[in-house]
Design a protein around this ligand. Structure first.
Ligand code: SAM
Length: 312
């Protein structure tokens, strides 16, 4: 049995508790102990395969909640509430909290430990299968919805895609992800972190890193630092993109071969040939000898619009 299982199981010898508690920084000791007590009470072990690192730092929990700026007529959808490090605080502020937890054991413990059951619904479901529109429709008394989650890192990208697809149903999302992943979301051209993901997210949201979290704020400690990112929905993209499908096809074609120049990678798009590259360069104003990591979102928009004019 590894430490992961041992410390979260009720079989942990009491002699180890002393040294374990000493290892936890003082500011988060209380949060850690109360969640440990819950684990012990129900005889639970945390599951690494489900990305179960519980937040054990009250200050960080407060800062995440502050990033949501919850009003009393608003609702919050929480992704992966675990043992409720954020859920109880949300319930005190929002009109309605819908917490979606895949692990049946944690979902039932959270239900049992939730005192304000009126305002909180705990759904035992996979967040990727949850229809946000359905939740919104079920609570007509909620003026606006926000999303929060200390995400399970094994499906961060899939959850992000789901948030993009569900964006019309919420105004902002505050998510905790690996720091490296967070940097990819907010970065611009000219950096190694810039990717098709950066563009995809920035096309739909205004992403910003609110703060970084050290591994010691979680239990068990993850290997890497985390960052809290706020995604604010854009009413409509400020870009003038005439064909969104072609815009994203252009981005995929170029980042799919990110070491090649645009002149070479764009030939994958039907209708583009070595012969019409000169025209494409002139019409778009984009240097086709560049690589995709040097091209801004605005330039990708010009490129896609010019491709549309050329290939129809
Ligand atoms: N919110 C809690 C906290 O901050 O202490 C737990 C965060 S933990 C990093 C991620 C949580 O997401 C776990 O409770 C895990 O069981 C849950 N989870 C994992 N995959 C999920 C999925 N597909 N849908 C919903 N919840 C999931």
């Amino acid at each position: 049995m590894d430490l992961w299982q041992a410390v979260t199981a009720h079989i942990l010898p009491s002699s180890i508790w002393g040294s374990l508690i000493a290892a936890v920084p003082l500011f988060c000791a209380f949060a850690t102990l109360s969640q440990m007590a819950t684990l012990r009470k129900y005889g639970l072990t945390l599951r690494k395969s489900l990305g179960q690192h519980i937040l054990a730092d009250d200050n960080i929990a407060e800062k995440i909640i502050a990033g949501l700026d919850i009003q009393d007529d608003e609702g919050v959808i929480e992704i992966g509430p675990g043992l409720g490090a954020l859920t109880h605080r949300l319930a005190a502020l929002a009109r309605r909290v819908v917490a979606v937890e895949i692990d049946e054991r944690l979902a039932s413990v959270l239900k049992a430990e939730t005192s304000d059951a009126q305002a909180t619904s705990i759904l035992r479901q996979n967040i990727l299968k949850v229809d946000f529109g359905q939740i919104v429709k079920s609570y007509p008394d909620v003026a606006r919805w926000k999303v929060v989650g200390n995400l399970p890192y094994y499906i961060t990208s899939a959850i992000l895609m789901h948030l993009v697809e569900s964006r019309e149903h919420f105004s902002i999302a505050v998510i905790t992800v690996q720091e490296e992943f967070a940097r990819r979301l907010v970065t611009g051209p000219g950096t190694k972190d810039y990717s098709s993901l950066s563009i995809y997210v920035q096309y739909h949201f205004h992403p910003e890193i609110l703060f970084v979290i050290k591994p010691t704020s979680f239990f068990p400690r993850p290997d890497v630092r985390s960052a809290v990112v706020r995604l604010s929905g854009l009413e409509r993209s400020p870009l003038d993109v005439r064909d969104e499908g072609l815009f994203f096809q252009t981005i995929r074609a170029t980042f799919g071969q990110r070491r090649k120049t645009l002149r070479r990678s764009l030939r994958q798009i039907p209708g583009l040939t070595p012969e019409n590259m000169g025209e494409l360069g002139r019409m778009s104003g984009v240097g086709l000898n560049n690589r995709p990591e040097d091209i801004s979102i605005q330039e990708f928009a010009s490129l896609a619009n010019a491709i549309k004019d050329i290939v129809g």
